[in-house]
Write a protein that binds this ligand. Structure first.
Ligand code: S3P
Length: 447
C-alpha cells in the first residue's frame, strides 16, 4: 500500500547523454488481470514477469482474501491456485487496494455476481476517486453498494445472489469500467454485452479468451461491442506478462530530451490500444525506431531505439486519448522541451486519475517556469525549446506515481534541478525507476 509511509522528497538534475538498455518491468494492467483471472479459473495459473509494484501486490493480497492461493516463487514468478468462476469466498477483512483504481474496480466487478459481501478501501488518493462508474453497472446485475458521499471508498458491495446478465454502454472511455462489467458477467447466466464509444485497452478481452471464455468483439454503428457468454469454466493458463509501455514511456521520453542520448528499450507493447504516445512522439519529430517486431505474452511488441531529438509541438488528436491516457503527464514534460505549442484536448478523464493530473502537471510545470493553459478538458503547453526550460521548482505529486516520475524526467534536461515533494508512490508501478534511469546515466537522487 502506498501513502502509508513517510514522503520521499526526490530531485533530478541535468545529466550527460543517456545510453544503454532500459528493461522496464511487467505491464501493470496485465499483471492485475493475470492474478484475477488466475483466481477465477480452475487449476494452477503460472505467471512470469509479474510487476511486483505495490498496486499489483495489493491485488495479490485481495485474491488471497477471496480464497485463491497466490504464491511467489521467485522474482516475477508467481502461481495462482484458482477457485473457479462463482467460487469466491467472503473475505473476513476489509480489502485495502492501496493506490490502485484498477485493482479495486476490477475486483468489485468480479465479486459483484457472487452471493458474498466485501468492503473495500484504499489510500488517500484512492479514497477520493469515483466508484459510481463501477457501482452503477454492477447494480444492473443486482449488486448493492454502500459507500461514502459521491460514491467514494470505503465502500461495501453486496454481491447479487441471483445475477442477471447486462448490456451496458460505458458512459466514459474506461477500460476499468469495461473490465468490471465483463468480470461481473462471468458469473451471470447468458450474454453480457459492453459497448464502448472509443476502444480502450483490450487486455481483459484478450486474456479472458486465453483462459477459455467465449468473447466476441465487433465494431457496430453504436460502437465497439464486446459480448461475453456467462458462466464459462475458465481454465488455468501460463501467462508471460510483457513489459509495460506506460513505464517504457519514461526512459523513452528522457532519451528524447537529453542531448546526445541513444538508448534501447526492448519489448515495448505495440498494442494499438496502448501505443498512442509513441505515435505522438514520432509526429513531434522523435527519433524512435521500432525493431524486431514480434509477439510476446499475446501482445505485439517491438524493441525501441530512441535518440535525442529536436522536437516540435503538435495538436494530439482527441481520438488518440484512450490509447495514451496514462502518458499525458510525461508528454506534457516533453512538450516543454519542444518548440511551439502542444495541445492536448479531450483529456478530462485525467482529472479522476491517481490525482487530478491536469491540475498537478499544470501547477508543477508553472513552478518550473513553463507556461501552460488549461480548461476542464484540455492542457496546452508552450514549449521552450531543448535548452529553454528553467526548472528549479518543486512539484507536488498528490500520491501520484506518474506525476512524480514525469517531473524527475524533466529535471534531467532543465537548466536547474527539479524536485518532487513525494516520490514514494513510484513504487506502485515502477519500483526500479531510479536505478534503471540512473543506470542509463540519469541523475535522480533522494534528498
Ligand atoms: C487501466 C485503465 C485506465 C488507466 C489505468 C489502467 C486498466 O484507467 O488509466 O492506469 O488497467 O484497465 P481508466 O479505465 O479509468 O481509463
Amino acid at each position: 500500500m502506498s501513502g502509508h509511509g513517510d514522503p520521499i522528497r526526490m530531485s533530478s538534475q541535468k545529466c550527460g547523454p543517456l545510453s544503454g538498455v532500459a528493461e522496464v518491468p511487467g505491464d501493470k494492467s496485465i499483471s492485475h488481470r493475470a492474478l484475477i483471472l488466475g483466481a477465477l479459473s480452475v487449476g494452477e495459473t503460472k505467471i512470469t514477469g509479474l510487476l511486483e509494484g505495490e498496486d499489483v501486490l495489493d491485488t495479490a493480497k485481495a485474491m488471497r482474501a477471496f480464497g485463491a492461493t497466490v504464491t511467489q516463487h521467485g522474482p516475477g514468478e508467481w502461481s495462482v491456485q484458482g477457485v473457479g468462476v462463482g467460487g469466491f469466498a467472503e473475505p473476513e477483512q476489509v480489502i485495502d487496494c492501496g493506490n490502485s483504481g484498477t485493482g479495486v474496480r476490477l475486483i468489485m466487478g468480479c465479486m459483484a455476481t457472487s452471493d458474498i459481501t466485501a468492503t473495500f478501501t484504499g489510500d488517500g488518493s484512492l479514497r477520493k476517486r469515483p466508484m459510481g462508474r463501477v457501482t452503477d453497472p454492477i447494480a444492473l446485475f443486482g449488486a448493492q453498494s454502500y459507500g461514502r458521499k459521491g460514491g467514494r471508498l470505503p465502500m461495501t458491495v453486496v454481491g447479487a445472489a441471483d445475477p442477471a446478465p447486462v448490456t451496458y454502454t460505458t458512459p466514459m472511455a474506461s477500460a476499468q469500467v469495461k473490465s468490471a462489467v465483463l468480470l461481473a458477467g462471468l458469473n451471470a447466466p447468458g450474454q453480457t454485452v459492453v459497448i464502448e464509444k472509443v476502444a480502450t485497452r483490450d487486455h481483459t478481452e484478450r486474456m479472458l479468451r486465453g483462459f477459455g471464455a467465449d468473447v466476441t468483439v465487433e465494431d457496430t454503428p453504436e460502437g465497439h461491442k464486446i459480448t461475453l457468454q456467462g458462466r464459462p469454466e475458465l481454465v488455468a493458463q501460463t501467462v508471460a506478462v510483457p513489459r509495460d509501455p506506460s513505464s517504457a514511456a519514461f526512459p523513452v521520453c528522457a532519451a528524447l530530451i537529453v542531448p546526445g542520448s541513444d538508448i534501447m528499450v526492448p519489448g515495448v507493447s505495440q498494442n494499438p490500444t496502448r501505443n498512442g504516445l509513441f505515435t505522438t512522439l514520432k509526429e513531434m519529430g522523435g527519433d524512435i525506431e521500432f525493431l524486431n517486431e514480434r509477439e510476446e505474452g499475446g501482445e505485439p511488441v517491438a524493441d525501441l531505439r530512441v535518440r535525442h531529438s529536436v522536437l516540435h509541438g503538435i495538436e494530439v488528436p482527441e481520438e488518440r486519448a484512450a490509447s495514451m491516457i496514462d502518458e499525458y503527464p510525461v508528454l506534457s514534460v516533453v512538450a516543454a522541451f519542444a518548440t511551439g505549442t502542444t495541445v492536448m484536448k479531450g483529456v478530462h478523464e485525467l482529472r479522476v486519475k491517481e490525482s487530478d493530473r491536469i491540475d498537478a502537471m499544470a501547477r508543477g510545470l508553472e513552478a518550473n517556469g513553463v507556461s501552460i493553459e488549461e480548461d476542464e478538458d484540455t492542457l496546452i503547453v508552450h514549449g521552450m525549446g531543448q535548452d529553454g526550460v528553467p526548472g528549479g521548482g518543486v512539484a507536488a505529486t498528490h500520491l501520484d506515481h506518474r506525476i512524480a516520475m514525469s517531473f524527475m524526467i524533466m529535471g534531467l534536461a532543465a537548466q536547474k534541478p527539479v524536485s518532487v515533494d513525494d516520490g514514494s508512490p513510484i513504487a506502485t508501478s515502477f519500483p526500479i525507476f531510479e536505478p534503471l534511469l540512473n543506470g542509463l546515466g540519469a541523475k535522480i537522487t533522494r534528498d
